[in-house]
Write a protein that binds this ligand. Structure first.
Ligand code: PLP
Length: 453
């Protein structure tokens, strides 16, 4: 199996050709799910004692399995938060896979870690974090939020111990209802208590509302506050500045979840919404969402990386050679030990295209978002629920019941025309576009809205 013979050569050519052809398709077919029975009947038994051969397995994937996966990068895939990587990033993903890199430590992956850290620094600079800030690329926002909150609790416990306090240690996290489900999940994993803070009339977390909850619960019982810079359902950016001030006043860790919206830091027309992010103790953004990197990639940054090392460094005799070194070991900043250099495709694409191209691509998605809002306003049968902060638009089709939204969405997917699933707000089923793909055009928006007339 190991070694490069004539069969490997033929397989290599076929694989590179397959990847190239997939990248050349603009737009790619949307494709769509099939049932277990359908897949079983076309695939049969694929893993046998003798093996089916690489070319046959590739054919099965290309002809059947790949077609049963929705193309996240389709311009009319506007559900959840899509992923629309650059060709440069996708191609480099293949290079990373072929390069035998362990990117958990400087000793083993110095060159990769160096480049990943350059990409992290770009993000830290966009956020206005200090020169000492640093972190690691983790698989996604869920792991990023959990790792940041574990660090926040470690830091609070260390302070609690150092203060000589005999009272209970802080166990609570504050966030608004629009915070991502992964915050609740992290609290469950940590056995921490999530305390909800009411939002203002714009559905934002504000310093005043936060202060009221901290005072009611006792500020000393909290080890972190989570603000969201771009909620998943609406793209709402919390009032980071006032939240940061209150966190500072009470000495509570300020975590900013920018998994989706953080990319807006690079877009001049929305950058002002992020004022206050520079005070974050920890910050995440998923480049696999709106920064055009392939899955899976979350940038996790800390104001004081030493605190993350305290919380996350694994110690064992077989790791001494790493932990005793003074170099930057990415594994010290999150849950997990072994890691691939998942930040490299982002780094390569940034190095290839330059940051101006990123700003232009993000602004392009914002332009299409504003077009969508104008079209919704213009059409009497549609109504936006709220003006978009970023690139998510939530709107209702007047007169539709939940079944109508679902039937409409199912039909568009069945026809491989668009993938736009409904969401809900305060019990009401509504339509939602998340626009992070620079190839999504005004015509795509018009065509989808026309189907709701
Ligand atoms: C997507 C998202 C997450 C979770 O990120 P994953 O990469 O899916 O784990 C967390 N927070 C927000 C605001 C998100 O939009």
């Amino acid at each position: 199996m190991h070694g490069f013979d004539a069969d490997t050569e033929a397989l290599g050519e076929a694989i590179l050709k397959y990847a190239e052809e997939r990248m050349r398709l603009h737009p790619v077919p949307l494709d769509g799910p099939k049932t277990l029975e359908e897949l079983q009947s076309v695939a049969g038994n694929t893993i046998t004692a003798e093996g089916m051969g690489g070319l046959a397995a590739l054919r099965l994937f290309g002809d059947e399995l790949a077609l049963a996966c929705l193309s996240n990068d389709h311009p009319r895939y506007l559900s959840f938060i899509p992923c629309a990587p650059t060709e440069a990033a996708v191609m480099f993903e293949m290079v990373v896979g072929a390069s035998g890199i362990y990117a958990g430590s400087w000793l083993e992956g110095a060159g990769a870690v160096f480049a990943e850290n350059v990409a992290l620094r770009w993000i830290a600079d966009l956020a206005g974090l200090p020169a000492e800030a640093g972190g690691v690329f983790v698989p996604g926002g869920t792991v990023g939020n959990l790792s940041a909150l574990v660090t926040a609790r470690w830091a609070a416990r260390a302070r609690h111990t150092a203060s000589g306090s005999t009272g209970p240690r802080p166990t609570k996290v504050a966030a608004q209802a629009g915070a991502h489900s992964s915050i609740r999940s992290a609290c469950d994993v940590m056995d921490a208590e999530l305390i909800g803070v009411g939002s203002d009339e714009h559905l934002r977390l504000t310093g005043d509302n936060l202060r009221a909850v901290l005072e009611a619960e006792g500020p000393g019982t909290f080890f972190a506050v989570v603000a969201t810079a771009g909620t998943t359902n609406f793209g709402i950016v919390d009032d980071l500045d006032s939240v940061a001030q209150v966190c500072h006043e009470y000495g509570i860790w300020f975590h900013v979840d920018g998994a989706y919206g953080g990319a807006g830091l690079a877009a001049p027309t929305v950058r002002h919404l992020f004022a206050g992010v520079e005070h974050a103790d920890s910050f995440i953004v998923d480049p696999h969402k709106w920064l055009f990197a392939p899955f899976d990639c979350c940038a996790l940054l800390y104001r004081e990386p030493a605190l993350a090392r305290g919380a996350h460094t694994q110690k064992a005799s077989y790791l001494d050679v790493l932990t005793d070194a003074s170099e930057w070991n990415p594994t010290d900043y999150s849950i997990g030990l072994t890691r691939r250099a998942r930040g490299l495709p982002l780094w390569f694409s940034l190095a290839t295209h330059g940051t101006k191209a990123y700003t232009a691509a993000i602004e392009r998605t914002l332009q299409v978002t504003r077009f969508a809002e104008a079209e919704i306003t213009r059409r009497p049968y549609l109504e936006a629920l709220r003006e978009a902060d970023l690139s998510v638009v939530v709107f209702r089709r007047k007169g539709w019941e939940p079944e109508d939204y679902h039937a409409w969405s199912d039909e568009m997917m069945r026809e491989e025309f668009a993938f736009v699933v409904p969401t809900s707000h305060e019990g009401e089923t509504v339509a939602r576009f998340a626009i992070v793909n620079p190839t999504t055009s005004e015509d795509d928006i018009t065509a989808i809205l026309d189907t709701m007339a």
